[in-house]
Design a protein. Structure first.
Length: 235
C-alpha cells in the first residue's frame, strides 16, 4: 500500500471532521511557507544592502548611501533612509536616533505579520481534533447500545477509528504549526536585532565623524588663545 492509499483510507476512516482539520492545516502551512520565504528574502536583502552601505557610511558619503538605499525596499533601507534624511537637519545624535526608532516601529509589523496566526490555528486544529474524537466516542457508545450483538464489534471499531484519526490529525497539526511558529518567531527576533545593530553602527559612525570635525566655537576659542599668546610674547 503506497502513501496515497494510506492517506485516502485515513480520511475514509476518520469521518467528516477530518476535512475541516485538514483545511486548517493547509491554511497554516500556507502562512508558514509565505512567512519563511518573506523573512529569508528580507534577511538576504538586508545583508546585501549593508555590505554596500557600510563602506559609504564610514567614508561619510551619505548622498551616495542614500541613493543606494533608495534602490531597494528592504527593511534596512527604510531605516537607513530615515536616519540619513535627518542628518542634515539634526544637531544631536538623539534626533537621528529617534527618527530611526520611528522607522523601526513601522518595519516590525511587516516582519511579524501573520506569524501569530500559526499559534491560533494550531489551537483551533487541536480543538477540532478533540471535538472529532468526542463525537467518535459518542457514536461508539451509541452503536454499542443500538445495534445487535453481531454488529457491535464492527460499529465499535469504526467509531473508535474515527476518534483516533481525529486525535492523530489534530495533534499532528498542532505540533507542526507550533514548531513553525517558534522558528518564525526566532527568525523575526534575529532580524529585528540585526536592524538594531545596523542602526547603532550607523549612529556611531555619525558621532565619530562629527567628533573628528572641529566645532566653530572650539576653533574660535583656539584662535583667541593663540592671539593672546602672541601678544604676550611680543610684550
Amino acid at each position: 500500500m503506497n502513501a496515497i492509499d494510506i492517506v485516502v483510507n485515513f480520511f475514509k476512516q476518520g469521518g467528516a471532521f477530518l476535512y475541516p482539520i485538514a483545511a486548517v492545516f493547509a491554511v497554516g502551512l500556507a502562512f508558514a511557507v509565505e512567512r519563511f520565504i518573506y523573512l529569508h528574502r528580507v534577511a538576504r536583502g538586508n545583508k546585501r544592502l549593508w555590505a554596500e552601505l557600510a563602506p559609504l557610511i564610514q567614508a561619510g558619503d551619505f548622498r551616495r548611501a542614500m541613493q543606494v538605499a533608495e534602490k531597494t525596499d528592504s527593511a534596512l533601507s527604510t531605516i537607513m533612509r530615515y536616519g540619513m534624511s535627518r542628518i542634515a537637519t539634526a544637531n544631536r545624535r538623539e534626533d537621528v536616533e529617534k527618527a530611526m526608532e520611528e522607522s523601526l516601529i513601522e518595519v516590525i509589523p511587516a516582519l511579524e505579520k501573520r506569524t501569530h496566526y500559526l499559534a491560533t490555528l494550531a489551537n483551533v486544529g487541536m480543538l477540532m481534533g478533540l471535538l472529532g474524537t468526542v463525537i467518535g466516542l459518542i457514536n461508539a457508545f451509541a452503536a454499542v447500545a443500538a445495534v445487535n450483538p453481531a454488529e457491535k464489534a464492527a460499529m465499535l471499531s469504526a467509531s473508535i477509528s474515527v476518534a483516533m484519526n481525529n486525535t492523530a490529525l489534530g495533534l499532528g497539526l498542532a505540533i507542526t504549526l507550533l514548531l513553525c511558529h517558534m522558528y518564525l518567531e526566532t527568525k523575526t527576533t534575529e532580524l529585528v536585532d540585526s536592524l538594531e545593530v545596523a542602526s547603532i553602527k550607523f549612529l556611531n559612525s555619525i558621532s565619530e565623524r562629527r567628533q573628528a570635525v572641529p566645532q566653530p566655537a572650539t576653533a574660535t576659542a583656539a584662535a583667541r588663545q593663540a592671539e593672546q599668546l602672541l601678544g604676550a610674547a611680543r610684550a
